[in-house]
Design a protein around this ligand. Structure first.
Ligand SMILES: [Zn+2]
Length: 216
């Protein structure tokens, strides 16, 4: 089954956006934490007074625990983005579950909660995995606005990709940490302008649990 078919079959578990009835948008940041870009994203959000949702990779949480502590202290929500950034449908059942549960317990160490939010790497997930996550009371949270920031785009391009496609209820995908040679300065530098424009349009920036009206 294609991802689109899975989304329509598992509508309450597998989400791309929140309700369009509220003038709210959720900024989300994948692949955190790293020592370079994540602190800059946190600085920009703090300056603007915005709380966001970070989908963290377990082995990076182990490498940079202080940055995870900072995210929590500054009021951001943390979701599960697997332990090793695996392409989940390629894994055995047991390897898939371990990617999720190992990262859950790391997140619980810093936040005190077992996260309800999972964002599969590359947005990829299969039907058995959706069913299992659903049985664990998880929501799979993809996005409906893609900044494409991982391509090393300029500040203007990142801001345009977001602002041209965002609408009430949108979940915006950005990245707060890069792989080797990846440049995310476009996404960091686009944040002040993006946030300002959205607020001028009367949009409230919220975390994913606030947007979906669920607990983190
Ligand atoms: Zn990712």
């Amino acid at each position: 089954m294609s991802l689109a078919d899975l989304r329509s079959k598992y509508r309450s578990t597998f989400l791309l956006s929140g309700p369009a009835s509220k003038r709210e948008v959720a900024l989300t940041f994948d692949d955190a934490p790293d020592a370079n870009f994540t602190p800059k994203v946190l600085d920009a959000l703090k300056k603007e007074g915005v709380k966001a949702t970070f989908f963290v990779v377990g082995n990076r949480v182990e490498a940079h625990p202080d940055i995870v502590r900072r995210m929590v202290q500054e009021g951001h929500v943390i979701g599960n983005h697997s332990y090793s950034h695996a392409n989940l449908p390629k894994l055995s059942n047991s390897a898939f579950r371990e990617e999720i549960t190992k990262t859950d317990s790391l997140i619980r160490t810093y936040t005190g909660y077992t996260p309800h939010l999972v964002r599969p790497p590359y947005g990829n997930i299969d039907e058995d995995q959706i069913r299992w996550l659903s049985s664990q009371h998880k929501k799979i949270v993809n996005w409906n606005v893609d900044s494409l920031d991982w391509k090393g785009l300029s500040t203007e391009q990142v801001a345009t990709n977001v602002l041209a496609h965002v609408h009430p209820g949108s979940i915006v995908l950005q990245h707060a940490a890069g792989g080797a040679g990846e440049d995310l300065s476009g996404t960091v530098n686009a944040l002040p302008e993006m946030i300002k424009k959205l607020r001028e349009d009367g949009v409230k920036l919220v975390t994913v649990p606030e947007l979906l009206d669920i607990s983190p």
